[in-house]
Design a protein around this ligand. Structure first.
Ligand SMILES: CC(C)(COP(=O)(O)OP(=O)(O)OC[C@H]1O[C@@H](n2cnc3c(N)ncnc32)[C@H](O)[C@@H]1OP(=O)(O)O)[C@@H](O)C(=O)NCCC(=O)NCCS
Length: 165
């Protein structure tokens, strides 16, 4: 399958990208885990994309995956504020395209990108109950850093990180 990874562009549709997040994260909502991406508004998605760096996977002219490098935020744990750490999230692949290696392709892409910027560590957080995701990231070299409870979600998060440089 021909899939390319590129930056989300001004001309891309926020509506489509938000819909993709909702569709992909629905399985987590079905598990009772209300990740922000299960219900994010288009305005909030746009704010995150404008502040950070959003990448998309494209197939046949259609966006089928997305991943975001966040801007530094005020309400984050200390670990996320370190200069040598950057955080990704809003990581999603259209349900019918999952389990084909597209997620891994996007992760490899941003790991290389982060490395090229001279940043040492790439981090993420997920729900502590989402063992399948903890396993997914562990398999790819991400290690447990700690826990954090964000007020906007109904679960405690596990922070994981990988040294990419
Ligand atoms: C998490 C997510 C982005 C991963 O994307 P993906 O494209 O499905 O991921 P991959 O295809 O790289 O890997 C998924 C599994 O498919 C397997 N796989 C990869 N290529 C494959 C192929 N060609 N055929 C069959 N299986 C394959 C991988 O080995 C992996 O299994 P493993 O973890 O046991 O190794 C996607 O599942 C998703 O959108 N989930 C819902 C939202 C979500 O959970 N986001 C993350 C929140 S922290």
């Amino acid at each position: 399958m021909n899939v390319s990874i590129r930056r989300f562009a001004e001309t891309d549709s926020i509506t489509e990208l938000t819909g993709l997040l909702h569709r992909a994260y629905k399985k987590l909502a079905d598990m009772g885990l209300y990740f922000v991406a299960t219900h994010i508004s288009e305005d909030d998605a746009k704010r995150l994309i404008d502040g950070g760096e959003c990448f998309v996977a494209e197939h046949d002219g259609k966006i089928i995956g997305t991943i975001l490098l966040y801007a530094k935020g005020k309400h984050n744990p200390e670990y996320y504020l370190r200069d040598d750490v950057i955080v990704f999230g809003k990581f999603a692949v259209e349900p019918e395209y999952q389990n084909k290696g597209i997620g891994e392709m996007m992760m490899n892409y941003i790991e290389d990108y982060v490395k090229s910027k001279g940043i040492k560590e790439l981090a993420l957080d997920t729900a502590e109950q989402a063992q399948h995701l903890i396993d997914y990231y562990s398999k790819r070299g991400y290690k447990f850093v700690g826990y954090h409870k964000w007020s906007v979600v109904n679960y405690r998060s596990v922070i994981m990180s990988k040294q990419v440089l």
